[in-house]
Ligand binder design. Structure first.
Ligand code: ATP
Length: 429
């Protein structure tokens, strides 16, 4: 288990412009978070890594981007209107409301400390309800989607008609999801607005076990790509009695977060539950015909469902380090290079020497043109600049000094080892 404290990560994230409390200036809005310049860069790097790994580098995956607002029938068909609930208890003393299955002591109110003040738990639907259009009526009801998956199922037939891929094939989507969590907590881990990266992988039901196994292995590959230590990733085979209503088998991939071992992402065998429901409620045929035959069936589905916030929190937890340099405590983020929000920081050794500044700008502009994620920093002394860059996980700092003017070499300083090397400008990647 990691001995890093969540508070350290939250405070670094705020101090350095990764993540702020949502609506902070107005006192905040519980369960919402805003990404600052470095947070949005890190988040995009995670999203892009996922898209590259699961969509762009494969020829059996199709991307979609469905609307967040959907016809209410989608949520009736999927069972969310009736069953997407968490158990809610209310304290008769302080009126605090809590999620019953997440209480440390089911008889004690965590707010006022009184015992025996909870009545029966009642189901609380977590979907945010809204109205579409100017008339408030039952027909106008819609919901902010609580998962991106239904936007995939509703487009399965469209993609089939346009591309008719061979089985197995997948549809992938990234986008916002909203859940009115009873108790949002643990930084971005349990938010009310978050982002998912989901795949619905359509298979012949005869092959579901082999396909499930493929995705189990790919789940670990994803963790490796995020730079998460394998020993902190665990599989939890969800017991039959705890499976979601749509699932015949689920593995929760858990991670040793600073808050303990918790779900990072899930892998579920959803059978033909969703497509059959779409067919039943829409009246449209969802069958797949094997090419050149009369064999028809509704494909079954394996669903790897990833959360961006939890991936980001795991990446930050895995990268957070403290050590000592020159007798001083140092905090740094050992982020994998491909995820770091800033790849290079470029500085002139002295900011009041125009010839150094001009040469440094030249190097900076060439690298910026190539990588985009390059920062200019000429504030304070070099030591301070290194500390700042260490805290945001910049892998390499480049310094232009007087020797550069003579031989076109620069100092490249490594974040993790703090070692410096002289490198020819032409050799900078
Ligand atoms: P939990 O049991 O922790 O509430 P869940 O089993 O309801 O999660 P799923 O419905 O399987 O979660 O959602 C798929 C993924 O979406 C999760 O593995 C997680 O990464 C992410 N996710 C779900 N709910 C939240 C949330 N409230 N905040 C951030 N991410 C979430």
């Amino acid at each position: 288990m990691s001995d890093i404290k969540l508070d350290d990560i939250v405070s670094l994230a705020k101090r350095r412009g990764f993540i702020y409390q949502g609506s902070d200036v107005y006192g905040g809005l519980s369960g919402t978070w805003d990404y600052g310049p470095l947070g949005v860069a890190l988040k995009r790097n995670i999203l892009n890594l996922w898209w590259h790994m699961f969509v762009d580098s494969r020829d059996d995956m199709y991307g979609v981007d469905a609307a967040i607002l959907m016809n209410q029938k989608a949520w009736q068909a999927s069972g969310h209107v009736d069953t997407f609930t968490d158990p809610l208890v209310e304290c008769s003393e302080c009126k605090g409301r809590f999620r019953a299955d997440k209480l440390d002591n089911p008889n004690k109110c965590p707010n006022c400390g009184k015992e025996g003040t909870f009545g029966e738990a009642r189901p609380f639907n977590m979907m945010f309800k809204t109205m579409v259009g100017p008339v408030e009526s039952d027909a106008a009801v819609s919901y902010l989607r609580p998962e991106t998956a239904q936007g995939i199922f509703t487009n399965y037939k469209n993609v089939l008609d346009s591309f008719y891929p061979d089985l197995p094939f997948g549809l992938a989507q990234q986008g916002k999801a909203f859940r009115n969590e009873i108790s949002p907590r643990d930084f971005i881990f349990r938010s009310r607005e978050f982002e998912q990266m989901e795949i619905e992988w359509f298979v012949d039901p005869a092959n579901w076990e082999a396909e499930f196994e493929r995705w189990r292995l790919l789940g670990h590959e994803w963790c490796r790509a995020l730079g998460l230590p394998a020993e902190n990733v665990h599989e939890l085979e969800v017991p039959a009695e705890e499976l979601a209503h749509y699932s015949k088998r689920t593995i929760d991939f858990e991670y040793d977060f600073p808050i303990g071992r918790e779900e990072l992402f899930g892998l579920a065998y959803r059978t033909d539950f969703d497509l059959s429901n779409v067919a039943r409620v829409s009246g449209k045929n969802m069958e797949y015909t094997i090419k050149g035959t009369n064999t028809k069936f509704v494909p079954h589905v394996i669903e790897p469902s990833f959360g961006v916030e939890r991936a980001l929190m795991a990446v930050l937890s895995a990268a957070y380090r403290e050590d000592e340099q020159g007798g001083e405590k140092r905090i740094y983020l050992a982020l994998p290079e491909h995820l770091a929000p800033v790849k290079y920081c470029v500085s002139p050794l002295l900011k009041n020497k125009p010839e150094l500044v001009a040469k440094a700008r030249e190097v900076y502009e060439a690298l910026k043109k190539k990588h985009g994620a390059v920062m200019w920093d000429d504030n304070g002394n070099i030591g301070k600049r290194y500390r700042r860059q260490d805290e945001i996980g910049t892998p390499k700092c480049i310094v232009i000094d007087f020797q550069t003017l003579e031989d076109n070499t620069v100092t490249v300083r490594d974040r993790d080892t703090t070692e410096q090397a002289r490198v020819d400008i032409a050799k900078l990647q």
